[in-house]
Design a protein around this ligand. Structure first.
Ligand code: HEM
Length: 332
């Protein structure tokens, strides 16, 4: 009898404790960091080692992987829909405006997935790999760490229109960007903290050219951009041509995850219009930019919290979706 009671007690703890700690995600089963502890104990280590290798080979890869998690989560939730290639009924999200000629790092996801399939076949989802790779990329470049809630499953479809609609564009107004975050149940604090990702990585000339030549249709540059910095940018981002030329999002420390992104914004040297508007178009977000520029510890703490929140957007759990064998294709 006593044995039965203690068994039931343990069972209820095992079953319900993640629920207390991590909350329910959209009424579905909650995600929790220990999800693979028994089914694939080396999963986290394997992801980290492949990401570390890729970032050692090319520092920018950390930024590219971090961005993939964002572009995945904003479209139908964090379900690896972004990783599907076009085939049969699927039109890949890789073709959307925000992703075309821009989203990258898919080969690294393939390498992680194939290492995991060898270690524990058909167990670790591509959606969880994206969330782990985003965390590992942040840590490897000097940013904060956090425990990644796990247990997401992979979608059986993609949404090109969702990708075009939901992911903010660099020339969107502050209000439009905030609305797009709110649609994902993220708030202004999440917006300002997560934009801090632009402390690493690159942007193409085409993503900010408008600011250099014709910000509001009157042939004038964006005067919220430091004009000597603008002149420097114009040398490699001409009025026409050079669309794919690359520029550091944070010219001060482009491969280090730190709070220079916010310091640049204070100096009117945010590269994208969507970066600078955080300072110029809302009192509340301006205060947050100042706060994170002054205190990198606060930025790191909030960034970690907001990444967990973003990672919780509408995951597929339980018997929904599937565990893809290849992140680029649905199972047959
Ligand atoms: C707030 C709205 C946002 C807008 C408008 C935006 C827009 C952009 C644009 C236009 C680029 C450059 C793409 C190119 O030219 O190829 C970029 C790069 C990047 N974004 Fe964002 N972004 C936003 C938020 C975020 C968030 C929330 C994250 C991550 C949590 C993120 C992570 C990154 C990273 C790391 C890069 C560099 C990627 C690389 O070097 O491959 N961004 N973003």
């Amino acid at each position: 009898m006593a044995q039965t009671i203690s068994f039931l007690l343990v069972l209820s703890l095992v079953t319900f404790s993640p629920l207390c700690f991590f909350g329910m995600a959209n009424g579905a089963s909650p995600l929790y960091p220990q999800f693979y502890d028994h089914s694939c104990p080396k999963a986290l280590e394997i992801v980290k080692s492949v990401v570390a290798k890729a970032v050692a080979k090319e520092a920018r890869m950390a930024a590219s992987l971090l961005r993939l998690h964002f572009h995945d989560c904003f479209v139908k939730g964090c379900d690896a829909s972004l990783l599907l290639d076009s085939s049969g009924t699927i039109t890949s999200e890789k073709r959307s405006n925000p992703n075309r000629n821009s989203a990258r790092g898919f080969e690294v996801l393939d390498a992680i997935k194939s290492a995991l399939e060898k270690e524990c076949p058909h167990t670790v989802s591509c959606a969880d790999i994206l969330a782990l790779a985003a965390r590992d990329s942040t840590v490897l470049t000097g940013g904060p760490s956090w425990e990644v809630p796990l247990g997401r499953r992979d979608s059986k479809g993609a949404s090109l229109s969702g990708s075009n609609r939901n992911i903010p564009a660099p020339n969107n107004t502050f209000q439009t960007i905030l609305t797009k975050f709110k649609l994902q149940k993220l708030d202004i604090v999440d917006l300002v903290a997560l934009s801090g990702s632009h402390t690493i990585g690159n942007a193409r000339c085409t993503s900010f050219r408008q600011r250099l030549y014709n910000q509001s249709g009157n042939g004038q540059p964006d005067f919220s951009l430091d004009q000597s910095y603008a002149a420097q940018l114009r040398t490699r981002c001409p009025r026409s041509g050079g669309d794919q030329n690359l520029f550091f999002l944070d010219f001060v420390s482009p491969t280090k995850f730190d709070n220079n992104y916010y310091k640049n914004i204070l100096a009117s040297k945010g590269l994208l219009s969507s970066d600078q508007v955080l300072f110029t178009k809302s009192e509340a977000s301006m205060e947050l930019v100042k706060k994170y520029a002054a205190n990198s510890k606060l930025f790191f703490e909030q960034f970690a919290k907001s990444m967990v929140k973003m990672g919780n957007i509408s995951p597929l759990t339980g018997s929904k979706g599937e565990i893809r064998k290849n992140c680029r294709k649905i199972n047959t």
